[in-house]
Design a protein around this ligand. Structure first.
Ligand code: MN
Length: 730
């Protein structure tokens, strides 16, 4: 394990020989502060702790990051691991440094990813930190890089976890930010711990014939160099060559099942020139010198990759019959390719042309937005990884503009890529002049024309969510459903939720539902139940993922034991007393009291005209009533009728009660005494002991009206040991 001690003198040397202006005294004072704070602390490797922040600062210096970032790197562990506070840092090093350290500290508190939920939270926090100050994530990436370099000192289980987390989260982010050196090394190091056998196999292959390969690359470089000399360039082109990284060879060998000798582009030669015109000129020269392999040319200059990478790629056949890849780019493109977002700091005036910083941050915002419409971590990670796929396809618009899409992208993806509105209004599509179905998978070189509807209200179809392959298109559709169909979403969402809850036997009284779902509302940024229903309705929340947790929660909080479903315990039929109900417009009609809510005189009630069984009476609080209402079926709505209690009758009605109490001798007696005293007939009763030791007492009693029940409940509550008294609902 190589882990050389980095010293502050080494940093000073780098700073002094750099053409960038650094505030050396600030950096020295940050080092002094950190060294003092970490005094007496050691790494797993046994080295003094300060060597870790020093190593991280060195990586950042090599990337060309600024003074504040280097200071923050030196101080990045002090708030977490020592007595120093953010306030101390603010006073001594200013707000910027303090905030950077705070940002990195926050990221550290994220647990190592294992469960899906945590992983989502993890990515969310990283994205938020990036949106605040992108330097935070650059420090974090370098921190991770040094930790990966020294991972061998950690316990074996930690190694795998950390490597997996690095490969799945930090590598895609480094790639997305375009910091190639950091990305390559993180990837190779993770690979080493995730698949040690394959890693050592490839290392062995690479060690064999090493000289031969170097000789091969050298001869290509020399040959190309000779030819370029005959042409005029603004500045002499730079030619370099290398064997590609272990991991990229691994991907080809293990994922595409190729033999080492079958990998075409394990050798890469790079030519760097001054202008775009020179790039294409060099391409022509190369193709004159070597035979290009078909379908291997990629123009990332006219169509940059999502991480802004630009270059021309072509694979040609060498004179020895060995193929190799040539990458051609300008110096600016090279800076972007190597340093990505860090180039913004490395090169004083940034990189010429468009402000790439803005574009990169736009990407961060896009991911954050997608997160708000999606709860699927895998999808979020896929977004970070996606659109980077080197095997992109290029499809043309009828006007000749190129659109790059991932392989297997459909006409829908194409439409949304051109413009969100075009996506929404898509009616059909023609590919190379022929009409194709919307799920048609596009191929490179095809010309695609989208036919759109003139109807201003036209929107996407829910089925398209399954057809689209790009997250971009899916996110746009979801946000359309979210905005344009709110009412519809609420209704759909509510009935979906009710159906699923019922199916899972999670029976929560309507008024407690919001409290029950409070955590989920917060997690999904919903400020009300309606918002939550709407999110379910447009597909932003997948119920199936939440149900298992809700079941646990429900069992913990609502039922101590399964209620016996034995019908004989509760007498279901009761004597209807039509005389007690006043019906609007309907007279002489059989009335039945619904068993789901057992209405009592005094309750707000509503009647439902059943088919052939008269009117069934529900309370307006009844879950069944509410869910039938929300289904919004006109034919059903018409059958609800206003009804009222009369106050003339005194016929008692049967209702169920449920009392939970600390178990003790004489409890049942005390309850019965109160009921008897109140002259309330007990039709049936039963009691049993719950798992937790409490007693539950169920009874069917005859009650005249709600106020009689309320009064007797008040008295029962005063019995020693009684925890709760409730009307039973079936
Ligand atoms: Mn650290």
């Amino acid at each position: 394990m190589e882990d050389k001690m980095v010293t502050i003198d080494e940093l000073v040397q780098i700073i002094l020989t750099n053409d960038k202006q650094y505030d050396l005294s600030k950096i020295l004072s940050a080092h002094e502060f950190a060294a003092k704070a970490h005094e007496g602390q050691f790494r797993s490797s046994g080295q003094p702790y300060i060597m870790h922040p020093l190593a991280v600062a060195k990586i950042l210096l090599e990337l060309g990051m600024d003074t504040d970032t280097v200071c923050a790197a030196l101080l990045h562990d002090v708030v977490e691991d020592t007595a120093a506070t953010t306030e101390d840092l603010k006073k001594r090093f200013g707000t910027d440094v303090a905030q950077l350290v705070e940002g990195v500290t926050k990221l550290k508190k994220i647990p190592i990813f294992n469960k899906e939920q945590q992983q989502a939270e993890n990515v969310r926090k990283i994205m938020l930190a990036m949106a605040e100050d992108i330097r935070v994530i650059i420090i974090k990436l370098c921190d991770r890089l040094h930790n990966m370099r020294t991972l061998g000192f950690r316990p074996a289980d930690k190694q795998r976890n950390t490597a997996a987390e690095t490969m799945h989260i930090y590598v895609p982010i480094a790639n997305r930010l375009g910091i190639r050196a950091v990305k390559d090394e993180l990837e190779d190091l993770s690979f080493k711990y995730l698949d040690p056998f394959a890693h050592s196999e490839i290392e062995q292959i690479m060690a064999m014939k090493k000289n031969e390969r170097e000789e091969f690359i050298h001869s290509i470089k020399a040959y190309i160099g000779e030819h370029l000399k005959d042409h005029q360039f603004e500045r002499e082109p730079e030619i370099s060559g290398r064997v590609k990284s272990n991991y990229s060879i691994y991907k080809k060998m293990y994922m595409q099942h190729k033999e080492f000798d079958q990998i075409y582009d394990k050798y890469a030669v790079r030519v760097i020139v001054s202008t775009v015109a020179e790039c294409y000129a060099v391409l022509g020269l190369i193709h004159d010198m070597y035979r290009p392999l078909p379908n291997r040319f990629k123009d990332y200059i006219s169509t940059p990759k999502a991480n802004m990478y630009q270059s021309l790629h072509t694979t040609v056949l060498g004179r020895e019959g060995i193929p190799f890849e040539v990458q051609i780019r300008t110096w600016d493109m090279h800076a972007t390719a190597e340093y990505g977002i860090a180039a913004h700091w490395k090169y004083k005036e940034g990189i010429k042309g468009t402000d790439k910083m803005d574009q990169r941050l736009a990407w961060v915002r896009q991911v954050l937005e997608t997160q708000q419409t999606s709860d699927d971590v895998e999808e979020i990670v896929r977004i970070i990884k996606n659109d980077l796929a080197p095997e992109d396809i290029f499809v043309m618009t009828p006007k000749g503009d190129t659109v790059s899409l991932p392989v297997k992208a459909t006409v829908i993806d194409f439409a949304y890529r051109i413009h969100t509105e075009i996506g929404h209004k898509t009616m059909g599509a023609k590919v190379d002049g022929k009409i194709v179905p919307l799920d048609y998978e596009l191929q490179t070189g095809q010309i695609c024309e989208i036919m759109i509807s003139k109807d201003p209200d036209k929107g996407p179809n829910r089925a398209w969510l399954d057809i689209a392959k790009t997250n971009d298109a899916k996110a746009k559709m979801r946000s359309w459903f979210k905005k344009e169909r709110r009412e519809e979403n609420i209704t759909t969402g509510r009935s979906m939720l009710e159906k699923e809850l019922k199916r899972s036997r999670i029976l929560i009284p309507e008024e407690e539902l919001e409290a029950f779902l409070a955590d989920d509302l917060k997690r999904h940024n919903c400020s009300s139940l309606e918002d939550f229903y709407a999110s379910i309705g447009y597909g932003g929340i997948i119920l199936q993922k939440l149900l298992p947790r809700w079941k646990d929660l429900y069992h913990k909080n609502y039922c101590m034991e399964e209620k016996p479903q034995d019908q004989s315990i509760i007498t279901p039929i009761r004597t209807p007393s039509t005389s007690r109900i006043i019906l609007d417009d309907i007279s002489d009609c059989a009335v039945k009291f619904a068993q789901c809510c057992n209405p009592l005189p005094g309750d707000d009630i509503i009647g439902f005209i059943t088919r052939g069984h008269g009117i069934s009476v529900h309370t307006t609080q009844c879950i069944n009533y509410k869910s039938m209402l929300s289904r919004n079926i006109p034919e059903e709505q018409e059958r609800w009728v206003e009804i009222q209690w009369t106050d003339t009758s005194n016929t008692a009605m049967q209702t169920g009660i449920e009392i939970v109490a600390l178990d003790r001798v004489g409890l049942v007696f005390d309850i019965c005494a109160i009921l008897t005293e109140a002259r309330i007939p007990i039709v049936h009763s039963s009691s049993r002991v719950l798992k937790n030791g409490n007693a539950i007492f169920d009874a069917s009693i005859k009650i005249v009206n709600k106020s009689q029940l309320t009064a007797v409940f008040d008295r029962i509550r005063k019995i020693k040991g009684v925890l709760s008294v409730e009307r039973a609902t079936n």
